[in-house]
Design a protein around this ligand. Structure first.
Ligand code: ASP
Length: 399
């Protein structure tokens, strides 16, 4: 042995592969490692609010001019919407071509599902503003935290000399939080091992086999979206190789895969994009927390595939107009999906309702949803990072 440490990125990969093996071989016994996964997840969640808040105050202060902030905001949201719409089109195309629901025997007695209320625009806009920022932080309401941090950062600049200590304080807090993120990431190989082992042990082949086609369609769609859309964005606008990009955010993509939570992965996404891709705190602190909340390409793609899957399973063909409705509702539904495990399934009911499909269709997917959630969350996080890289390049950063 040379005594050199194996790089973390490899350790995480090894943890992942060993976890899959342990899940297959160990069966139920792998339950004993479950707490390790839980601790890893809890520590990641612990980082989110102080990390996002402090780095965003500093980021907003470094941008300073509210007009510049607005410009970055428009670019970011525009890119988020376009990539999400493309993802749904890919999902719908695969659903039409592969016909994953055809020939499926419907299981009786599926659990009843209730569709959530579609959020109306007024309450969405009102909901952006916290009446009590401390409560927003305590409840982890990300959009309100983002809005308050932006206000505070800009105000600190406007306060001139007197605002400087405040910015310095948050700068120092952000630095400490980055260090802490690095420490939590040391646990990642073990956390990843435990999380994937437990997931694999829960899903035997017998559970997955009848759904092989829909699983394949979602995974293929996610792969194509990354390979075509994200690679294209990186080549066209960042002028770097896609390999550089995917290698740089690999830890975040894998962590998203096993945790099934964009929010929980956020600290690692921020670390990866800053350290490995060299994107500034100014861009990452704004683009990524927003993305973890509203940009869900994988979820949108999954909703496209699953809507068609349900339609086919129930023998209710969807005309083109209905598929356009899916494009619109799945965009909104994915924006409204929280970055936590399984949230996309709840929002799928919204899409099904919009085109008159039975809600029980969601129950059909529920049994295998975790497996689909892994791929879509990974793409959600990868998509946020790709947009961060493009926005950084547009802002003149040299990556
Ligand atoms: N688990 C996903 C995420 O955190 C959301 C979803 O369920 O689609 O990004």
């Amino acid at each position: 042995m040379s005594g050199k440490r194996v790089p973390l990125i490899w350790q995480i990969g090894i943890g992942f592969i060993l976890g899959i093996l342990a899940g297959i071989i160990g069966g139920d016994k792998v339950k004993i490692v479950e707490p390790i996964g839980q601790i890893f997840l809890t520590l990641l969640k612990m980082l989110i609010v102080p990390l996002v808040f402090s780095s965003l105050v500093v980021g907003a202060a470094s941008i300073g001019d509210p007009r510049d902030l607005g410009r970055i905001g428009i670019k970011t949201i525009g890119l988020y919407l376009v990539t999400t719409a493309v993802a749904i089109v890919i999902g719908l195309a695969l659903g039409n071509i592969m016909q994953p629901g055809v020939g499926l025997t419907l299981s009786e007695g599926a659990t009843a599902f209730k569709a959530p209320e579609a959020p109306d625009i007024k309450s969405v806009i009102l909901g952006l503003f916290p009446s009590n920022p401390i409560k927003a932080a305590a409840d982890g309401v990300m959009l309100q935290i983002i809005v308050f941090a932006l206000f505070l950062g800009v105000s600190a600049v406007l306060a001139g000399e007197k605002g400087k200590p405040l910015i310095a304080f948050f700068d120092s807090l952000a630095e400490a939080m980055y260090k802490l993120t690095g420490m939590v990431m040391m646990l990642a190989p073990y956390g990843v091992f435990a999380l994937i082992a437990v997931t694999v042990s829960k899903y035997g082949l017998s559970v997955l086999a009848p759904f092989a086609k829909v699983i394949f369609a979602v995974y293929l769609g996610c792969f194509l979206h990354a390979a075509i859309v994200y690679s294209g964005l990186i080549i066209l606008f960042v002028k770097r190789s896609p390999l550089w990009f995917f290698r740089g955010i690999w830890e975040a993509s894998l962590t998203a895969f096993v945790t099934r939570s964009s929010s929980a992965t956020l600290p690692i996404t921020m670390q990866n994009t800053q350290t490995n891709l060299g994107i500034s705190e100014k861009v990452t602190s704004f683009v990524l927390p927003l993305g973890a909340t509203i940009n869900m390409d994988g979820t949108a793609l999954y909703q496209g595939v699953c809507a068609l899957f349900v339609a086919q399973a129930y023998g209710m063909p969807l005309p083109l107009t209905a598929q356009v409705t899916i494009l619109l509702t799945a965009t909104l539904a994915s924006i409204g999906t929280a970055g936590v495990p399984g949230a996309g399934l709840i929002m799928l009911t919204l899409v099904l309702t919009a085109v008159g499909l039975p809600l029980e269709g969601a129950a059909l997917v529920a049994g295998i949803d975790a497996v689909l959630d892994m791929a879509r969350t990974s793409i959600n996080v990868t998509g946020d990072s790709a947009v961060a890289a493009v926005v950084a390049a547009w802002e003149g950063e040299k990556l």
